[in-house]
Write a protein that binds this ligand. Structure first.
Ligand SMILES: Nc1nc(=O)c2c([nH]1)NC[C@@H]1CN(c3ccc(C(=O)N[C@@H](CCC(=O)O)C(=O)O)cc3)CN21
Ligand SMILES: CC(C)C(=O)C(=O)O
Ligand SMILES: [Mg+2]
Length: 263
């Protein structure tokens, strides 16, 4: 089966076809999500919390992401796979290149890195070598300590301006996709409209080109603190496949995320 490509994803943005992405960490769920028509799966460093039971994503290693990326790739030849580079695995260009190689060789189509301005040179190097890079700004969980917890970002005018500037800078440096996490809906709308690359939101309201959720949140498996934006699609007695269909449908029609799940 042919794999979804970045040019297809670009077309979805152009044609205003909203798309639903989901995190996946293993073979079984990868196969199920892919068979249900999920076009993009993220091997997220959230696995440090959802799979390993840590209190943050900080302990996740490049070996962990390699292992899970390989498992997820075994489950699908169709879905576009995006893998996080974990904490401190891209602190300079050399480390970023070395660790990107491991992840792409494990089966990822694109890598994702968290941060703004400081990443410019690294993104330029990676994209000049024709690596697909996804940015991630707003709430960046790898900066959990610096941010004093998992909180909404971009609420003050100056933070809003900084996020807009960073989004432009990252696009200019060469990212081909951007994740916006936990920011006000109107700010995400502005950024999405003004970038030519696809923007995926989580807790960023309904105007982004795509949505992503952590699989344990949308399948009601998360027994800890549930973020405001996370919707349990397993309610009303649905099966897992029905829940995934419901999620895809609600994203495509703009039903999710409504006000209740946005900032
Ligand atoms: N299961 C799970 N779901 C996630 O979405 C997720 C992870 N794990 N781990 C990595 C990060 C951490 N994330 C989080 C975690 C908590 C909140 C949270 O509780 N936020 C408050 C915001 C409070 C505010 O500033 O208004 C909320 O009520 O949603 C948000 C994102 C998102 N990611
Ligand atoms: C929440 C998403 C965007 C992520 O980075 C992860 O799952 O690690
Ligand atoms: Mg992540």
């Amino acid at each position: 089966m042919e794999c979804i490509t970045i040019s297809q994803i670009n077309n979805w943005k152009k044609n205003k076809n909203k798309f639903a992405a989901i995190t996946a960490y293993d073979f079984s769920f990868s196969k199920l999500f892919s068979n249900q028509g999920i076009p993009i799966m993220l091997i997220g460093d959230s696995l440090g919390m959802t799979i390993q039971g840590h209190a943050s994503t900080i302990p996740v290693t490049i070996q962990d992401i390699e292992y899970h990326t390989k498992a997820v790739r075994k489950g699908t030849s169709k879905s576009f796979l995006l893998s996080d580079l974990p904490f401190m695995s891209y602190y300079n260009t050399k480390e970023a290149l070395k660790n990107t190689a491991k992840i792409i060789q494990s089966g990822a189509n694109m890598i994702k890195i968290e941060g703004g301005k400081w990443l410019i040179e690294i993104i330029k190097e990676l994209s000049s070598r024709l690596i697909l890079v996804c940015g991630h700004i707003g709430l960046t969980p790898q900066s959990f300590n610096y941010l004093s917890g998992y909180k909404i970002q971009g609420k003050e005018q100056k933070d809003e301006n900084q996020l807009i500037d960073e989004a432009f800078l990252l696009e200019e440096a060469g990212i081909k996709m951007l994740v916006l996490e936990c920011i006000p809906e109107q700010l995400a709308k502005k950024i999405t409209k003004n970038l030519s690359i696809p923007v995926i939101g989580i807790g960023a309201g309904k105007y982004t080109d795509g949505q992503i959720l952590v699989m344990q949140d949308l399948l009601g498996i998360n027994q800890g603190k549930i973020p405001k934006f996370a919707k349990n699609f397993m309610s009303e007695g649905r099966s897992i496949t029905q829940a995934i269909q419901q999620y895809i449908n609600e994203v495509k029609t703009g039903m999710y995320p409504n006000k209740k799940y946005s900032f």
